[in-house]
Design a protein around this ligand. Structure first.
Ligand code: FEO
Length: 165
């Protein structure tokens, strides 16, 4: 069984992961509309991963005999002026998500909910990877400044991102 306090917090996490998926899908749509297919690909794959994160938490609640409560998902922004603006937002968002995971981990430890702690460990590692990947792109976008050629090179590279096996 899962205690109510943890169940509520995990339901909030499901909502936050679905919101992340919406946010990245919205970025994907925006960059696709501006013919940056590589950026659109990267955001689209990220949106799918966030959906999977939500389902991971969802499945955990169900397996533990809890009740999943799906709530309204806030509408994301619909346009970004530059790739740098979008990726700076992604990085800030992922840092916020890491904070949420750490708070959940604190709560699981307080409640001696070792099963939730075990699930969260996967998310802790995932967040390290997501922060590192997005920060690298932020720094590269800063480095290239106004160079359109370099921007298209990054766009081309991000078009190679495939789905995780
Ligand atoms: Fe599921 Fe990018 O946090």
């Amino acid at each position: 069984m899962i205690v109510k306090k943890i169940e509520d917090a995990l339901n909030k996490q499901i909502n936050a992961e679905f919101y992340s998926s919406f946010l990245y899908l919205s970025m994907s749509a925006d960059f696709a509309s501006k013919n940056f297919d590589g950026f659109a690909n990267w955001f689209g794959i990220q949106a799918k991963e966030e959906y999977e994160h939500a389902i991971k938490v969802y499945s955990n609640i169900i397996e533990r005999g809890g009740k999943v409560i799906l709530a309204e998902i806030a509408a994301p922004k619909t346009a970004w002026k530059t790739a740098l603006e979008a990726f700076e937002e992604v990085y800030a968002h992922e840092r916020k998500m890491t904070g949420m995971i750490y708070n959940l981990m604190d709560m699981a430890r307080e409640e001696k909910d070792y099963a939730t702690e075990e699930m969260l460990r996967w998310f802790v590692n995932e967040q390290v990877e997501e922060e590192s990947n997005t920060l690298k792109i932020v720094e590269q976008l800063k480095m290239i400044g106004d160079s359109k050629g370099s921007l298209f090179q990054i766009d081309h590279r991000l078009s190679k991102r495939g789905e995780k096996k």
